[in-house]
Unconditional design. Structure first.
Length: 261
């Protein structure tokens, strides 16, 4: 059995939560870490966790790639965290922009705003001793790592990790996790990442409802993909699947302070 460490259960694709979790369990996924991206999705994530407290663990976040989100949205998220910090397992999805900077005439201003928002959210994580689930791909990873260290954040995962090898080594050396998605089944970059890192530093995720290529083409994306990711990690590590799933679940439980099922 495995944990999906990052899924957007607030999405309309998962309106039937019971069926979503039933399908996940049928694929050996026994729990889902559900992330939010703004005040509205945070509220829906909390509702999903309340409806299935033994299978859904909520995170509250503010996505860094959404320029339309305002400072008022940030304040609402801060208020949500203050109210529900005892119910949530992490802040997420938070981080720094990268993709939205491409072609933007005000890219420097967008990054500056992203850094300030991340600073405020990491202050909350430090105050409530919460781990963080980071969106910080490619060139954003260095800045996110520096911010974690500056705020003394001890637990974090770089979700759907993509960064130069030297940066990844610094992340893992600092004690943080990185996670991989179904792309590890067909993308060499992700496969090399898994082969280079110790199993103890990895998590697996679906990032559902994000869709994938290869054998996943045309299939509905969801938590059930996490077990396939774990199987591929086992192949790359040349280890028994059961042992790999156990370690990956242990990693997730350690990061998010979950009770082992």
């Amino acid at each position: 059995m495995i944990i999906d460490s990052h899924c957007h259960l607030h999405d309309p694709a998962y309106a039937d939560l019971r069926e979503t979790l039933r399908t996940a369990f049928a694929h050996d996924v026994w729990g889902v870490v559900a992330v939010g991206v703004d005040p509205g999705t945070n509220a829906r994530t909390l509702a999903a966790a309340a409806a299935a407290p033994k299978a859904v663990w909520p995170c509250l976040g503010l996505h860094p790639e959404a320029p339309a989100l305002t400072d008022e949205d940030l304040a609402r998220v801060e208020a949500q965290v203050a109210e529900h910090h005892s119910r949530i397992v992490a802040l997420g999805e938070i981080g720094l922009p990268w993709y939205s900077l491409e072609g933007a005439v005000d890219a420097a201003a967008l990054m500056a705003r992203g850094r300030e928002r991340l600073h405020r959210l990491l202050e909350l994580a430090a105050r409530w001793d919460l781990p963080v689930a980071l969106h910080a791909p490619h060139g954003a990873a260095v800045g996110a790592l520096e911010a974690l260290l500056r705020h003394g954040i001890e637990r974090a995962v770089f979700h759907w990790h993509k960064a130069p090898a030297e940066v990844t080594r610094e992340i893992v050396s600092a004690g943080y996790f990185v996670s991989v998605t179904p792309e590890v089944v067909y993308r060499e970059r992700d496969r090399e990442l898994v082969q280079a890192l110790p199993l103890e530093s990895l998590l697996v995720e679906s990032d559902g409802p994000w869709t994938y290529r290869g054998e996943f083409e045309g299939l509905p994306s969801g938590p059930w993909f996490a077990s396939r990711v774990a199987e591929e990690v086992a192949k790359l590590k040349q280890m028994p699947v059961e042992d790999v799933m156990h370690q990956l679940s242990t990693n997730a439980c350690s990061l998010f302070d979950l009770v082992w099922a």
